[in-house]
Design a binder for this molecule. Structure first.
Ligand SMILES: [Zn+2]
Length: 256
């Protein structure tokens, strides 16, 4: 029986691996899990940090020990040794089975789930092992800032500026495509309707206020008021303006 995992439950399954990663890279990988989950794809982190000893043991596999060759890197020659690489796989809907099938489409959107993960990974600035020419490493993702393993071995590490750039990128992605909730959409529509109505009302008021021409009965008053220097502009004023000016003119308070 398929049971829907919450995002928290899904992440929990990768927690141990994630915790071994460089903190900024860990954040990126967490974002990857989030973004894929939002698309209906469940990502599991199957490998994170490997110590030199672990890497050497893995290297021995298929060489001096039984099994298949799974790596061409010995201790110190893999980015996994420097906390900046991780391997992923898909978690099936039973919440238990791990899959490396790159063609599965469990969310039935006609896109292979594996490709969806890769797409999101690239948006986050990750390098994918499937793009390598010589040895395609389909589950492998890394963020190495152009630093080679030789440089890593010599102690070189990403600069603060490089790490800050990664964080900025994550933030910009988040604000860019944060989906609006139904309530937010409704509120926005209501606001747009109000604005439209108000601008129509304002247009009406403008028409009402600014008369297209000086009414015949106010012409003398306008000429007089202008000549007296009481008003500068007598064209396009409101009915009230002409009315008041005319009253003043007729009462003799405005003399031309
Ligand atoms: Zn890897």
């Amino acid at each position: 029986m398929a049971r829907m995992l919450t995002l928290e439950q899904l992440k929990k399954k990768s927690e141990k691996r994630l915790n071994g990663l460089h903190p900024v890279f860990k954040l990126v990988m967490e974002k990857l899990i989030d973004r894929c989950y939002a698309r209906g794809v469940w990502v599991l982190i199957t490998q994170g940090l490997r110590t030199y000893a672990e890497q050497d043991a893995l290297y021995a596999q298929g060489r001096t020990k039984p099994g298949q060759v799974v790596t061409k890197a010995r201790g110190g020659y893999s980015n996994h040794n420097f906390r900046l690489a991780a391997d992923f796989a898909l978690l099936l809907r039973d919440g238990r089975t791990v899959s490396w099938d790159t063609l599965r489409d469990d969310d039935k959107d006609s896109l292979p789930d594996w490709s969806e993960v890769v797409e999101e990974a690239k948006k986050l600035g990750l390098e994918w092992g499937g793009d390598w020419r010589s040895f395609k490493d389909m589950p492998h993702l890394q963020m190495v800032f152009g630093i080679t393993t030789a440089q890593f071995r010599a102690g070189k590490r990403p600069t603060q500026a490089q790490l800050d750039a990664v964080l900025a990128k994550i933030n910009s992605l988040e604000t860019e495509d944060e989906p609006m909730t139904e309530a937010e959409k409704k509120a926005l529509e209501a606001l747009q309707a109000t604005a439209k109505q108000q601008s129509a009302t304002i247009e009406e008021l403008k028409k009402y206020n600014a008369m297209p021409e000086i009414p015949a009965w106010a012409k003398d008053a306008c000429v007089a008021a202008k000549a007296a220097g009481i008003v500068e502009k007598t064209v396009g004023r409101s009915y009230d303006f002409y009315s008041l000016l005319t009253v003043l003119y007729r009462s003799g308070l405005v003399k031309g």
